[in-house]
Design a protein around this ligand. Sequence first.
Ligand code: ATP
Length: 299
Amino acid sequence: MLKVSNISKSYGEFLALDNLSFTVKPGEIFGLLGVNGAGKTTAFRIIMGLLDADQGEVTLNGKKIDYSVTDRIGFLTEERSLLTKLTVKEQCLFYGTLKGMSKEKIISRMDELLERFQVPEYRERKIKELSKGNQQKIQFITAILNEPELLILDEPFAGLDPINVELFRKEIIKMAENGSMIIFSTHRMEHVELFCKKIVVLLRGESVLEGYLSDIKEKYRKKNIFVKGDINTEKIKKIDGVLGVIEKSDEFEIKINDSEVVTKVFAEIKKSKDIAKFIVEEPSLNEIFVSKVGETYDE
Ligand code: ATP
């Protein structure tokens, strides 16, 4: 288990990280969220042992992270750190050797991953000749070459198209199923909702929302109802517990303050003819964030 306990870090007078704690168990995918400058990279550097915290502690399976465990860690840095003059194969051999892998193991794992990421033809190509998205694939492949027990991904989806986000997602889920602990940072909430079970949201270095996504959504009892059809919005607005009715292009979104209000809304809507849709949805993580800290998260 990765245990981050009460870490804080200041750069001079500026407090970049304030008493951050969380745990990640084998098989868990953990999302570290925050807008630019929230403190994500600082947290990662401390976890990796590249930066000392002013206070607090980070342990992996009960031991402090140092050179003895780095072979079991994979890291995709935010500053993409490829050796662009090397070929893909040379780059993999370089990093794989640093992680203590044999040449045979590196080559077989590299070929398997190039195939899965649909870029086997780039094996002998120089990295600088690849597109940005494909360079990102190669960097990701390098980070997971050694099947790390702990995988840290700083903004892994930045600049990827949806098809490639899906390729990365599949691989990350597969690694979690095989028991890896995975942490990734992002400033896009929808990426987290795609596959994270547990999150922490940082705002100016401080955790403002944390825990299992399902618990967070459960505790936040507000829900949204989407309705298509000819409904009496004035009557619905008057129902106790209805926070508002928003008219969208071809449907209505009804915001309610508690799931128990659904039946009352449904009873009113039943009176209308031609109802083509009635769906009750959990609020998005972004909506929860906005209501919690009173400012918008997505940029
Ligand atoms: P981004 O999404 O933009 O990468 P981040 O959440 O990763 O942001 P950090 O890079 O951890 O944020 O930075 C947190 C804060 O600390 C920022 O305000 C940044 O300006 C500041 N900071 C980071 N590194 C240093 C440093 N070496 N010296 C001084 N201030 C720093």
